[in-house]
Design a binder for this molecule. Sequence first.
Ligand SMILES: Cc1cc2nc3c(=O)[nH]c(=O)nc-3n(C[C@H](O)[C@H](O)[C@H](O)COP(=O)(O)OP(=O)(O)OC[C@H]3O[C@@H](n4cnc5c(N)ncnc54)[C@H](O)[C@@H]3O)c2cc1C
Length: 481
Amino acid sequence: MLAREDHDALLRIVGPAGLLLEPADRLPYETAARYGVGSAAAVVRPVDTAQVSAVLRHCVRRRLQFTPQSGNTGLVLGSIPDTSGTQIVISLDRLRTTPHVNGADRTVRVAAGVRLSALNAALEPHNLFLPIDVSSDPMIGGMVATNTGGARFLRYGDMRRHVLALEVVLPDEAGTVLQLSNGLRKDNAHLDLRQLFIGSCGAFGIITSATLEVHPRPQRSAVALLVPRDEDAVLDLLNAFEVRAGEYLTAFEGMSEAAMRHAFAHVRTLRNPFLDGLPPYAILVELSSSAAQRSGEPTLDQILENVVTELAERQAAPLSDVRFGPPERFWALRHSLSEGLRAAGPVLGFDLSFRRSEVMLFRRVAIAQLATIFPEYEVCDFGHIGDGGVHFNLMQRAPAHPNAARVKALRDHLLDLAIRDFGASFSGEHGIGRANQEAYDHYTPASIQSYSAAIAAVFARMPAAAVRFGPQRSVGESDDD
Ligand SMILES: Cc1cc2nc3c(=O)[nH]c(=O)nc-3n(C[C@H](O)[C@H](O)[C@H](O)COP(=O)(O)OP(=O)(O)OC[C@H]3O[C@@H](n4cnc5c(N)ncnc54)[C@H](O)[C@@H]3O)c2cc1C
């Protein structure tokens, strides 16, 4: 519930269309993409940077807690308010002026509230695209704030590799607007503060626009589903493709039998390409090129087949099966995995990142341990194994009300195994949010936590003791609130 003074001030800034107070209007902004519903005092929807600055100025002066939100597709409860009913959601969804494409520089300046699909539609006539491939449709502000990775990280990297400049509004009493860099690819003239805002989930300020490097669209691609002989063979396959297909290799995505099974059950239009049922594990490998085919040059299909043939003929071949098919068909399967699991029941998800040589070893150890200690759970993992990422998802075999103590024991067990024994990260690419507050407190070294809080205090122009950094925190929140 907003105090009258705050209501009137925010109304003056954003107007009636920009201030949502009714429960039904607030609900989409309070509901997480996955599990979780919060309760906001209000949802504020500014239309431009000046309004974002005025809103922040008011919130900070009045010590109101707030949470920035873009597409609200985040999976770690970072973009929705908590259940206290006191936080204000600052939605960037009305900051969506037409992207400004510069073909000569191969860059685009884009507002925080533009969706990835809309940005790529605007880039298409210029034969350009932003090569971050996710099964959701986030907005650019949220993608920068979480440093989105996705399925083509292996070739193109994450958002960090694409951000050339940012406009941010700081959570200080002036609502300061900073322009961080000006779109140069190289600039060592000053400290690169922009990097601090990428992946910090709004803890240092609100991103209102970004200038991004974009890429020529692929002209052709070839895709196969590889069935590895066993876990040990996966790294051999990856190394062989990197050597033999070189820069054409754009994706190397792992999918467990269980994850594929749920996708096929949920999306009836998908067709299983495997003749003898589903294999225990499959890898979607993609080769692509933005250059047109030259005469005399082998096609990507031929390169793919040559690598596969060479692998199949090796002694102790690392491949036990392979399926070739239209790229759209195999990508449709890959992009249906997450929704397939969601439809099948509650998922206990872990967004883990490993040195890539250890992903499959972790998988083997974890599956064996779970079978003994938590046999009621099925592992339905998939992920970007070419870059060490794995969405290690667990589902209860028989639908039952989850036992909170047992779920906690399972979480603790798996995170300890991944982080302590394998040196993994508990947040490979989904950022930091309330869902991983406990893991942040427990596993992040105290020195990193304290330096992060000190930096947050600098941007908020507050004494260090008054500012906390971490998943739980929204910018502008202070310890005594
Ligand atoms: C089906 C599905 C598949 C997914 N696959 C992937 C994947 O492969 N790889 C991946 O990386 N992610 C994936 N995600 C997670 C999610 O889509 C990404 O994290 C996404 O980039 C978040 O963007 P958003 O606009 O939805 O941000 P939101 O969810 O709105 O916000 C995310 C976080 O950023 C903060 N924030 C939002 N906007 C701003 C801003 N303008 N300034 C400052 N802080 C801000 C929020 O407070 C929150 O902490 C997936 C999600 C779904 C539902």
